[in-house]
Design a protein around this ligand. Structure first.
Ligand code: F6P
Length: 374
C-alpha cells in the first residue's frame, strides 16, 4: 500500500513544531516500517498551513514547488533543535465565511495525491482539520499553542519553552527593578486562557498575576502592592495576561483588524495597568511586553520530546486508519481524542482549583481533593 502524507503547521508559530514535523517524517519513512508492513510512504510538507493548500495550483510545477516540500530523513535531520516552523505558517481559514475556499483545499489535497494530512495547530487550525474530516478527508491533528488552551490534552507544543522565556525575562527584570525600587508590569501572551501568566508568574515569583478568567479591580491591585511595600519589599513584579480585563471593561487590542478566524490582535493591557498603578500607588513603574519573544528561541527539552512523541503517534493513527483524531497527552501518557472534543471548548484556568481571587495569585493549596489519607 502507498501512503502520501501531507504535513502542515498553522496558526501562531512556537517551539516544538519542527520536532513534530521531523518525527512525522522519520516515523513514516522508517525503513523497518516499510519492511515489516510492506508499506511505501512519502511525506510532503505543505507550506504556510492551510494557505498552501488554498493557494497552490496543482498543474503549475512552480506553484507546487513553492507551496510544498518533499521531506525525507536527511531534510529534517536537524529540525528539532530549532524554534519556529521551517514549513512556515499562516492564519488562513479555508472556511472563512467571507471567502470560502474549502472546495479548492479539498481539490488540491486530491490533486497532490495526499492520502492523509497531519495538521499541527491550535483551536483554529484544528477546527479546519475537523471540518475537512467531516468532508471525508483523512486528517489527524497534533496540538500546539503556547496558550495551552486546547481541551482534553495536558500538553500543547510550545508551552514549556514559552514558560521558560517568561521566567528568564522576569529574572532579568528583577535586578533592575530592585536597583531602582520600581514596579514592573510584564504583559505575557494568552488570548483566552491565563496559563502562561499563572504558571509563568508563579514560577518567576511574581507578586500579582492577572488572568483573563478573572476580571480584576485596579484599586485592589494597588492595595496589595502598597501592603507589600509597607512590609519592607523594595520592588514588585506584576504579570498580566494580554487577555486580562479590568472589571467592567473589555479586552485591550493593538489593532481592530481581525484574522481569517475573526481574532483581533490583543495587546496594550500592560501599559494601561502600569500607568494606573503608578498613579494609584505612587511607585515608579515601567512595563514590558514579552509578546512574540515567548514564541521564539530554541525548543526546551520538553518541547523537543513532546514533538517527537506526538509526531510518532500521529503516524501511528494514520497507519491504524484512525482519522478525525488529535494526538494528546493525558495523565502522563500519549493517547488520542476525537478532534471534535479538542475544539469543542477551551481549557482555561479553573478559579476554584488554581487561582486565589483575594491575592490575585496562584492558590496556596495544591493537594487534589479528595485525596487518599493514610
Ligand atoms: O495563539 C497563540 C498566540 O501566541 C496568542 O497567545 C496571541 O494572542 C496570538 O497568538 C498572537 O498572534 P500573532 O502572531 O498573529 O500576533
Amino acid at each position: 500500500m502507498h501512503h502520501k502524507i501531507g504535513v502542515l503547521t498553522g496558526g501562531g508559530d512556537c517551539a516544538g513544531l519542527n520536532s513534530a514535523v521531523k518525527w512525522v517524517t522519520k516515523t513514516a519513512l522508517d525503513p523497518y516500517l516499510a519492511a515489516d508492513k510492506g508499506l511505501s510512504v512519502e511525506v510532503i510538507g505543505v507550506r504556510e498551513g492551510w494557505k498552501g493548500l488554498v493557494e497552490l495550483d496543482p498543474v503549475d510545477p512552480e506553484s507546487v514547488a513553492k507551496w510544498t516540500q518533499p521531506l525525507d530523513e536527511l531534510a529534517v535531520r536537524t529540525w528539532d533543535r530549532y524554534g519556529g516552523t521551517n514549513l512556515g505558517t499562516s492564519r488562513t481559514n479555508p472556511f472563512n465565511p467571507k471567502n470560502d475556499q474549502s472546495r479548492r483545499c479539498v481539490e488540491n489535497i486530491a490533486a497532490l495525491g495526499l492520502t492523509s494530512i497531519v495538521a499541527i495547530g491550535g483551536e483554529d487550525t484544528l477546527s479546519v482539520a475537523h471540518k475537512l474530516y467531516n468532508l471525508g478527508q483523512k486528517v489527524v491533528g497534533i496540538p500546539k499553542t503556547i496558550d495551552r488552551d486546547l481541551n482534553a490534552t495536558d500538553y500543547t507544543l510550545g508551552y514549556d519553552t514559552a514558560l521558560n522565556v517568561i521566567i528568564e525575562e522576569v529574572d532579568r527584570l528583577r535586578t533592575t527593578a530592585g536597583s531602582h525600587n520600581r514596579l514592573f508590569v510584564v504583559e505575557v501572551m494568552g488570548r483566552h486562557a491565563g496559563w502562561l501568566a499563572l504558571e509563568g508568574g508563579q514560577a518567576s515569583g511574581a507578586h500579582i498575576i492577572l488572568i483573563p478568567e478573572y476580571d480584576f479591580e485596579m484599586g485592589k491591585v494597588a492595595d496589595l502592592l502598597t501592603r507589600r511595600r509597607e512590609a519592607g519589599v523594595r520592588y514588585d513584579i506584576v504579570v498580566v495576561s494580554e487577555g486580562a480585563k479590568i472589571r467592567g471593561e473589555g479586552e485591550v487590542y493593538l489593532s481592530d483588524k481581525a484574522d481569517g478566524f475573526g481574532h483581533k490582535v490583543l495587546g496594550g493591557i500592560g501599559a494601561g495597568v502600569a500607568k494606573d498603578l503608578e498613579r494609584l500607588t505612587g511607585f515608579e513603574t515601567r512595563h514590558v511586553v514579552l509578546s512574540h519573544i515567548q514564541r521564539g528561541g530554541h525548543p526546551s527539552a520538553r518541547d523537543r520530546l513532546m514533538g517527537r512523541y506526538f509526531g510518532i503517534a500521529a503516524v501511528d493513527l494514520i497507519l491504524e486508519e484512525d482519522f478525525g483524531r488529535m494526538v494528546a497527552y493525558k495523565n502522563g501518557e500519549i493517547t488520542s481524542i476525537p478532534l471534535k472534543q479538542a475544539i469543542e471548548k477551551l481549557y482555561v484556568v479553573d478559579l476554584e482549583r488554581h487561582y486565589d481571587v483575594d491575592r490575585y495569585n496562584g492558590r496556596r493549596s495544591s493537594l487534589a481533593r479528595p485525596h487518599a489519607k493514610a
